[in-house]
Design a binder for this molecule. Structure first.
Ligand code: NAP
Length: 247
């Protein structure tokens, strides 16, 4: 896979899975927009790491849950690199809790950051992609959106929403040679996983057929595949990267 002539915007690329996706594309020659919300230093570090591969990158701050900020992010990315081929909607948060204790704010924050951001950024990118008659949109959902997870009504709903969004948009833009797919990670070793108490972590690993949690790089490889020419006949698909958990 090679992305030498491609421009990629990765939301939430300062840490975790987004960081790994930005580095994967950078290592394959793409020019990368590293979006972040608050972690400016980490985003700069990702930019430097991409440049060490000989590729170009820029860090752009934006809260992608905000419609105008998301639109400005996409516009700035396109202005900076002159084009946009691939959008990865990766930014996400958790605010776990049983529904009895979940606040309205916990619901709204997760819905806005995980789902509305996907609409915000895709809407901003799609006009450019339709004009060019080329585009790849990849949404990072979760197996929680397919299986449901107790204590995550907000998160599971937002992730299921991303799957519906992926399929609907895939149908809308297929005639313009734009593909829209989703990647559904299982348990991946990032800050989100580190917030899970150790005894619960052990129980969760027991239910993963491959017997271990995944690495961010393993998710990044799947994203790069779906963005590549090799995946040109795949659209509206949800690819699990979960050690077999949700099969
Ligand atoms: P993470 O390590 O906590 O990193 C989250 C990233 O999202 C950070 O770069 C953060 O930026 C960014 N972000 C958060 N809110 C944002 C906002 N409003 N605007 C822009 N950026 C924002 O999370 P992760 O584990 O890598 O998760 C990445 C994605 O994978 C999420 O969509 C998550 O739901 C999904 N996922 C993760 C797992 C897992 O086990 N880790 C499993 C399934 C799915 P700042 O650093 O600037 O705050």
């Amino acid at each position: 896979m090679e992305f030498k002539d491609k421009v990629v915007i990765v939301t939430g690329a300062s840490r975790g899975i987004g960081r790994a996706i930005a580095l994967e594309f950078g290592s394959l020659g793409a020019r990368v927009v590293v979006n972040y919300n608050s972690s400016a230093d980490s985003a700069d570090e990702v930019v430097q790491a991409v440049k060490e591969f000989g590729s170009d990158a820029i860090a752009l701050q934006a809260d992608v849950s905000d419609f105008d900020e998301a639109r400005n992010l996409i516009q700035q990315g396109i202005e900076h690199f002159g084009e946009l081929h691939i959008l990865v909607n990766n930014a996400g948060i958790t605010r776990d809790g049983l529904i009895m204790t979940m606040s309205e704010d916990d619901w709204d924050a997760v819905a806005a950051t995980n789902l509305k951001s996907t609409f915000n950024c895709s809407k901003a990118a799609i006009r450019h992609m339709m004009r060019k008659r080329y585009g790849r949109i990849i949404n990072i959902t979760s197996i929680s959106g397919k299986m449901g997870n107790a204590g995550q009504t907000n998160y599971s709903a937002s992730k299921a929403g991303q799957i519906g969004f992926t399929k609907a948009l895939a149908r809308e833009v297929a005639s313009r040679k734009i593909t829209v797919n989703a990647v559904a990670p299982g348990f991946i070793e990032t800050n989100i996983w580190e917030t899970v108490p150790e005894d619960i972590q052990a129980g969760l690993i027991d239910i993963i057929p491959l017997g271990r949690i995944g690495a961010p790089q393993e998710v990044a490889k799947a994203v790069a595949f779906l963005a590549s020419d090799e995946a040109s006949y795949i659209t509206g698909h949800v690819l699990n990267v979960d050690g077999g958990m949700a099969m």
